[in-house]
Design a protein around this ligand. Sequence first.
Ligand SMILES: Nc1ncnc2c1ncn2[C@@H]1O[C@H](COP(=O)(O)OP(=O)(O)O)[C@@H](O)[C@H]1O
Ligand SMILES: N[C@@H](CCC(=O)OP(=O)(O)O)C(=O)O
Length: 388
Amino acid sequence: MQHATSNGENGTAERAQLKNARRIIVKIGSSSLTTPKGLIDRERIRELADVFAERREAGTEVILVSSGAVAAGMSPLGLAKRPHDLATQQAAASVGQGLLVAHYTRAFAAHGLTAAQVLLTVEDMMRRVQHRNAQRTLRRLLDLGVVPIVNENDTVATHEIRFGDNDRLAALVAHLLRADALLLLSDVDALYDGNPSEPGARRIVEIADPHDLDGIDIGSAGRRGVGTGGMVTKVDSARIATEAGVPTVLTSAANARAALAGETVGTLFTASSRRRPSTRQLWLAHATAGRGSVVLDPGAVRAVAEENASLLPAGVVKVDGEFVAGDPVDLRDEDGRLVARGLVNYDAVEIPDLMGRSTRWLARELGPEYEREIVHRDDLVVIPGPEA
Ligand SMILES: Nc1ncnc2c1ncn2[C@@H]1O[C@H](COP(=O)(O)OP(=O)(O)O)[C@@H](O)[C@H]1O
Ligand SMILES: N[C@@H](CCC(=O)OP(=O)(O)O)C(=O)O
């Protein structure tokens, strides 16, 4: 295993990228903004706003992706514990989001800065027009010297189309805005090689390659049950961001100032130098799960995986699950291995009648609307096998 667990001087250049960043995304988890009782901690918001305002005043564009809406809504609704059902979470978020942004607005106003609320959904990242609109608005806000405060639009997001955690949303925003760095703030000061509350767990200073994560016990739940994804979604977020060329540091809110100064705190995930994928490809590869599967014959597997081709009905041998046109689906080979993931153009129930047929036959027999691919190559991402 190659990961560095000492406090060495690894990734010096990329740490400096945080120090010199002209545009930085900072994600703040619920665990960093709440009191031990799970209620919103206004003093903490003020302290963090002081750190970011300092950086903004030094000329860096700062975009916050802040959780905390559900936590902020608990007290007004008389909820003693974080709700588990989606409808109550959404109600709490509706009550809390305005309060959360009001706390930030006041804290930034003390430095003469204006804050803005930006609520996003999965759809906004996926669909071209929404994506462009979000990008344009965020860029304009930055031009105007405003500090955008992004959160998921919890009220309208459903189970199926939820980010469900702001870690991955922050990585997609970093990609959307071509940020120079991403800072993930939580209640733990770094990624550890095992549960950090266990004695002997060691801090990981740097992850330079996804294989450095092999053998690390990454938990999916936080210590206090206030956050949503634990370390799993933070590591996913770092993977999405670094694949998009954005170096990422994970540390605690208490270390925010030191991390922004490029000090060797937390865990640095170094950026990949490969070509930047589209936001849609990043989302398909890392931030979504297939709603069902289509099984491909060997010729179709080759065409999709090696020749960058669309998936045509002729190469499909089986369909599993219930999905509708526009859903993400897994493309698997006949042994069940995941080959690619893509946005499907048909409902699951339509596909059995199309399987094995040429597009020409389908157009002639069923009409020209059946000439379309099962998955178009622009809506598809190849998932490399474990040996790749
Ligand atoms: N390998 C690990 N290294 C560090 N923390 C871990 C690890 N596995 C699980 N965790 C837990 O993840 C928690 C942070 O996740 P979460 O509570 O979802 O935070 P947030 O609200 O900041 O998004 C930490 O409190 C820690 O207990
Ligand atoms: N959108 C929700 C937060 C969801 C979330 O990602 O929480 P966390 O794991 O604490 O970053 C809220 O504002 O409460």
